[in-house]
Design a binder for this molecule. Sequence first.
Ligand code: MG
Ligand code: ZN
Length: 228
Amino acid sequence: MKSIKAKEGEIFDIELDEDLLKRNEELARKNRDLLDKNKITAVDVMGSIGSGKTSLIKNLLFRLRTKYRIGVIAGDLTTTIDAERIKEEEVEVIQVNTGKECHLDANLIRRALKEFDLGNLDFLFIENVGNLICPAEFPLGSHKRMVVVSVSEGPWMVTKHPYIFSEADLVVINKIDLAQAMGVSVKSIGEDVHRIRPGLKTVPTNCLTGEGIEEIIKVLFLESPKNA
Ligand code: MG
Ligand code: ZN
């Protein structure tokens, strides 16, 4: 079969602009400094639309919110659907609408951080825009990056998005209750992840029953904030 491979820099894509990526990294470092100064642990949650990022964050909030002060930044192109759902957990939520941009960047996070009373937060969850490609290139200043994949996305989604896994600290394999119906093996999704990054931690979850949520908390070291 004939195939054409795009060379580095050949595609007209603003995201390949090195200056832009460098500027983003500088701002990400500033965000991290600000978070560290306020002893806030921040987690960037990445994954496709429909992978279950919002449900997962709600599950984490449900377990953590009685003990800790938590803020959430909800990224989305134009809607506030996720932010409204997250608000049900009675935590402070800042909506960031990116318009046409398919990822959050460090500048948008910098602006969102200004909306919080940072001295009153232990944890910050950032729900990135539903997309598995460019969020990887834009660090936000978070301490951990988590990728959520769902068995409902079919058997190839990990293999087809290798780059994002090289930037992740944890991969959540979500909606495992649907695995059989989808004809997808949770084990082989884990193996696909490990072909890309041996040793990367994977946690199977079901947000309807809460299976796997405690394990995520353990892996992300969420139990060791400033007031512990
Ligand atoms: Mg969502
Ligand atoms: Zn993008």
